[in-house]
Ligand binder design. Structure first.
Ligand SMILES: [Fe+2]
Length: 306
């Protein structure tokens, strides 16, 4: 709600009341500005708040002693419970929901408390045991290094939920989370040039493993003059080594009844290899819809529309 006021469009009258200010403009247009909205519109870091980047707590593996967690019943019982959930999720980039029935139905209903589930070429809400139905390593029992999902989309999923419904006849499969913002903040301090290269140079990605699918948003290949490309590779290798530092790696065995949700634009995820039969379910939520729900619950409609 920005107002760029041309010189010839001046205020004709301005009448404050107890809840706001009523303005009549020279062209006859009338506006009303609630005090609550005016108070918020003057604050700093508005751009960060709009992008969902304010009030973050960065973490390393010490987060294992302070895991963000809410109760399933609180989320299902009231929007206030959803607001507390999203506040923790937003601050830390992940959160557990304790006391969730270990069923796909309950997990899907839980996700829908935030917004509708994002469909992709893999489907919508998923529920699978380890097999090779989709041509993606996520569907195997192999270990997976820390990564984010959907880098090949123009709009990667904002949130992902994992709920381990059962794990029988085997072991392993611990989940790995890494706070990418913490690692990036450290890279910026340790090697500003590498940080600058990685945050400004476009990189080509695609997803073409499934029959009939080739998702290739228009992006350049490593978009640098050939004689400078080595600097990008050096920066990427540095970033890769940094992300594998044990101080960033938070490992956790997921439990039935305690789904994990995380911010796919911030927190990298992975897992160790496992044996036996594991059944997991979960789904994606769009970032725009997650941030919208978060802002409306945190600030309400009037103050949130800044
Ligand atoms: Fe993944």
């Amino acid at each position: 709600m920005y107002h760029l006021i041309p010189r010839d469009l001046a205020v004709k009258s301005c009448e404050p009341d107890s809840a706001g200010i009523r303005v009549t403009w020279n062209d006859g247009h009338r506006s009303y500005y609630p005090l609550e909205w005016l108070a918020k519109s003057g604050r700093s870091n508005k751009s960060g708040e709009r992008q969902g980047l304010s009030s973050l707590s960065l973490w390393g593996n010490g987060i294992k002693d302070n895991e963000p967690e809410v109760q399933y019943r609180d989320i299902m019982n009231s929007d206030q419970g959803v607001g507390e959930w999203l506040t923790l999720l937003h601050r830390y980039g992940f959160c557990y929901v304790d006391g969730t029935p270990a069923t796909p139905e309950a997990t899907e209903e839980l996700l829908k408390r935030i917004a509708f589930i994002r469909h992709t070429h893999y489907g919508g809400f998923w529920d699978f045991t380890s097999d090779l139905a989709s041509k993606d390593t996520a569907y195997t029992s192999l270990g997976l290094e820390a990564h984010t999902d959907n880098t090949y989309f123009s709009d990667p999923a904002g949130l992902q939920m994992f709920h381990c419904l059962s794990h029988t006849d085997g072991e392993g499969g611990a989940s790995l989370l890494v706070d990418g913002f913490q690692a990036a903040a450290d890279l910026q301090k340790e090697d500003p040039e590498a940080y600058n290269i990685l945050s400004t140079v476009n990189v080509y990605t695609h997803a073409s493993g499934n029959e009939g699918i080739s998702i290739q948003p228009y992006r350049a290949a490593i978009d640098m003059p050939l004689e400078e490309v080595q600097t990008w590779y050096d920066a990427a290798a540095k970033w890769d080594r940094l992300l594998k530092r044990p101080q960033y790696e938070y490992w956790k065995q997921l439990q039935p009844g305690r789904p994990l949700i995380f911010d796919n634009w911030r927190v990298l995820h992975g897992r160790s290899a496992f044996t036996g039969k594991r059944r997991l379910c979960g789904g994606y939520i769009n970032r725009d819809d997650y941030i919208s729900r978060f802002k409306m619950l945190k600030w309400g409609r009037v103050a949130g529309l800044n």
